[in-house]
Write a protein that binds this ligand. Structure first.
Ligand code: LMR
Length: 394
């Protein structure tokens, strides 16, 4: 029977990861998959995570199941990390999921349970896997204008005009910070206007928060999420621990369903538990427990924050350096947006042909839409990249 299954397209980001591995050139530069790398190209286990892992090995007495929503301690520390005191804890139902992607998938599932005809409005562009999951689930997707190729910033007027078409029973998917793939983000005034629009149309926001701490800082990156969650009747938040705790393969995420009506929590919690049970039963625990250790212990938390801050400021310095080099080599300011963008990614604005030239002639690997992972650079490779970009005619 399997012969009746249609072949599925391979994920472009993961294909690029493989192609980079197979490239024998020593001076190749990997700006592909969204994994943090230090200046030596390594993805280290964060110091606090390593310490928590040691402690966990000492403490852990059983591998018996946790709850369907995972360990409640994990939900508590993550809700506090993401929402601070913007929303009362009793208004937040939460369930651990396999990574941020698991949370995204469960959120779509919950939205569809609420409205079988739900439409999900996604930014143009968005993380390709959002589109892929929605397509796989047979959920209608509506693109809203987001990125302005000319300026490298957000086309806010276009976005607002398109989102005025969303209504009650629809989901508006936004990136809480560090937009993937563009790196272009809304400012506080724009977030406020978006919230007003959502309240006017009745559409439900869903926030994907995969890079908290990679943009302007842990609290600054959560500001928009907090504003939204405290100002609309209901929202969904998919938070990932993969990047900011560096625990990619542990698959650690949390889905939060926030309702201003505290009475809705019981139903929402039951729904999240039910969806976990249907899709994979109990969520993975190891990464969640490490996060709980780190966020519950002042010394470990301080160590984690310090290292995350080193990563964040390192990426900002690389952005500045790259924008500066490009200004010097091209004699124009048109790459200035690279220093304004936040998070791991920036969309360079190169054509697919130029992206291909960069790969073929210069060993520079970026995603086909010219998304670059800034963390794939170091102080020595930035000038090489800048030269390659200018030589490729970008
Ligand atoms: C990315 O966008 O590169 C990351 O989120 C990794 C992934 O799973 O695609």
């Amino acid at each position: 029977m399997f012969e009746t299954i249609k072949e599925q397209p391979a994920d472009k980001i993961l294909m690029l990861m493989q192609a980079f591995r197979e490239d024998p050139r020593e001076d190749k530069i990997d700006l592909g998959v969204g994994v943090y790398k230090d200046a030596d190209g390594n993805t280290p286990i964060m110091r606090a995570i390593k310490a928590a892992e040691k402690q966990l090995w000492e403490d852990e007495q059983t591998k018996a199941y946790t709850g369907l929503a995972g360990d409640p301690g994990f939900a508590d520390v993550m809700v506090a990390l993401v929402l601070g005191d913007a929303v009362a804890r009793e208004n937040v139902a939460a369930a651990a999921t396999p990574g941020g992607t698991g949370a995204v998938r469960q959120a779509f599932d919950m939205a569809r349970m609420a409205n079988p005809n739900v439409r999900v409005f996604v930014s143009d562009p968005t993380w390709p896997n959002h589109l892929s999951i929605l397509k796989h689930m047979g959920i209608e997707t509506v693109m809203y204008r987001y990125f302005d190729n000319e300026s490298g910033g957000v086309n806010f007027d276009g976005m607002m005009a398109d989102l005025a078409q969303a209504g009650k029973g629809d989901i508006v998917l936004v990136h809480g910070c560090c937009h993937n793939p563009t790196g272009a983000n809304l400012n506080a005034t724009e977030w406020k206007a978006l919230i007003d629009l959502l309240n006017k149309t009745g559409a439900t926001p869903m926030i994907d928060l995969a890079y908290q701490g990679f943009g302007d800082g842990l609290d600054a990156d959560a500001q928009a999420v907090r504003m939204v969650a405290s100002s609309v009747p209901e929202c969904l938040i998919a938070a990932s621990c993969s990047k900011n705790f560096g625990i990619y393969r542990e698959r650690t995420g949390l889905l939060m369903a926030v309702a201003q009506d505290g009475g809705a929590k019981k139903l929402n919690q039951g729904t999240l538990n039910y969806l976990n049970r249907q899709n994979f039963s109990f969520p993975p625990d190891h990464g969640a427990r490490l996060v709980t250790y780190v966020l519950s212990d002042d010394a470990l938390k301080a160590e984690w924050q310090a290292e995350l801050e080193e990563m964040r400021t390192g990426m900002l310095a690389l952005r500045e350096q790259l924008a500066g080099e490009l200004q010097r080599l091209s004699g124009s300011d048109r790459f200035g947006f690279l220093a304004q963008h936040r998070g791991m990614f920036s969309r360079l604005g190169a054509t697919p042909e130029q992206v291909e030239t960069l790969r073929r002639d210069h060993g520079v690997y970026m995603v086909g839409d010219s998304r670059m992972n800034i963390a794939g650079l170091n102080a020595k490779t930035v000038p090489l990249l800048a030269e390659a970009i200018v030589k490729s005619g970008v």
